[in-house]
Design a protein around this ligand. Structure first.
Ligand SMILES: Nc1ncnc2c1ncn2[C@@H]1O[C@H](COP(=O)(O)OP(=O)(O)OP(=O)(O)O)[C@@H](O)[C@H]1O
Length: 345
């Protein structure tokens, strides 16, 4: 087995719910509902899906950043790190500390939420990285300055407060924090949202370069399919708390096997395309009371009686390609075969 095919993360039957109690009435939001997925060393895995589908909740569990009311109610999240295996869904805070930043790092949504507004960037680097790196004084500073240079950030950034930097610089600082310890697994939530298009491209290229250079695995979330087309090796689609399809990026764009993926892909602009794009009717379900059977059935143009009653299992439909749809053989791409921006025809 080559290093590329080695498994770094195995998620099995993961369920994570928000369990709340208001004035004696309990409510459960099934944000992550029975997800099984494997990720490999050296790969970039993109997670897509519309707002409130559970993407952030899922990667919070992967990042061992679970806080009440979110709770893991079933399943395992096992990493095979170089310092040994760990199931972060059931590990103690002390065990998670042994992998945090050095093996597993997390770029949260919105860089300002990680950067303390009243702390200089240099201090934040100390808080995050000094202990995992085991370096002090000049040796630590040299390591950080060299790393910042790779991210095209000057050393005086370390003396700045977050508000003194531009949005793009702040995002690069956040990527710097998440990568300075050379982690084996990097998790990024919407790393480019709220940045302008030019900076977006720069930040994506940076994540790609660092990933290649360090041989790390990256899982990132964005609802923007064109980002997946440009960056991901494989893409997983989440709908209403469930993984509904995953496959090599190219196959997902050219031969989707789930009607929801077909809609997401069709929403991408194509050069010279004058075709009317079919709109997806309806709204995603309430995760406190999801529909029976396939959760996509109320919006699905292919739905039959079985879809309303029985949950479709994940089926292998091609090399590295799985889908959870009773009617996957009837799914057709919704647009002509012109490649969307960034996807090689
Ligand atoms: N702290 C919370 N308490 C209760 N419910 C929550 C909480 N955070 C999220 N949820 C609910 O969990 C579900 C999944 O939300 P999540 O943020 O994971 O989705 P998402 O796909 O990341 O959305 P977005 O793209 O808008 O960030 C939604 O129904 C949301 O309302």
């Amino acid at each position: 087995m080559t290093r590329e095919n080695e498994v770094i993360l195995e998620v099995e039957n993961l369920k994570a719910y928000y369990q709340m109690n208001y004035f004696g009435v309990s409510r459960e939001v099934r944000a992550v509902d029975d997800i099984t997925v494997t990720m490999r060393k050296n790969e970039v895995y993109g997670i897509a899906g519309e707002s409130s589908s559970g993407k952030t909740s899922f990667i919070k569990v992967l990042a061992a950043a679970i806080r009440p009311p979110l709770r893991v109610v079933q399943g395992t999240v096992k990493y095979n790190f170089s310092n040994g295996p760990i199931d972060v869904a059931h590990a103690t805070p002390e065990q998670i500390e042994t992998v945090r930043w050095k093996h597993l790092s997390y770029i949260m949504q919105g860089s300002m939420s990680v950067l303390n507004p009243v702390r200089r960037i240099g201090k934040t680097f100390q808080d995050f990285a000094q202990r995992p790196l085991g370096l002090k004084g000049e040796a630590f500073e040299e390591r950080v300055v060299n790393h910042l240079a790779r991210l095209k950030l000057p050393p005086d950034v370390l003396r700045a407060y977050p508000h003194e930097l531009s949005g793009g610089m702040r995002q690069r600082v956040t990527i710097g924090l998440a990568t300075v310890c050379h982690p084996e697994f990097i998790i990024a939530d919407e790393p480019t949202t709220a940045l302008d298009v030019v900076v977006q491209k720069e930040v994506l290229q940076l994540i790609r370069d660092i990933q290649t250079e360090m041989g790390a695995s990256v899982v990132f979330v964005t609802h923007d399919m064109s980002v997946h087309a440009n960056v991901a090796d494989r893409v997983g689609i989440i709908y209403a708390g469930r993984l509904v399809e995953e496959g090599p990026t190219r196959d997902m764009f050219f031969a989707p096997k789930h009607p929801y993926t077909a809609h997401l892909v069709a929403s991408l602009p194509r050069i010279g395309d004058t075709q009317q794009r079919p709109a997806l009717e309806g709204r995603p379900p309430n995760l406190a009371d999801p529909p029976q059977g396939c959760r996509f059935h109320p919006r699905c143009p292919l739905a039959v009686d079985k879809c309303r009653k029985e949950v479709p299992p994940m089926e292998v439909v091609g090399p590295d390609h799985r889908t959870a749809c009773w009617r996957w053989k009837d799914v057709e791409p919704l647009v002509n075969t012109t490649a969307p921006a960034g996807v090689m025809a």
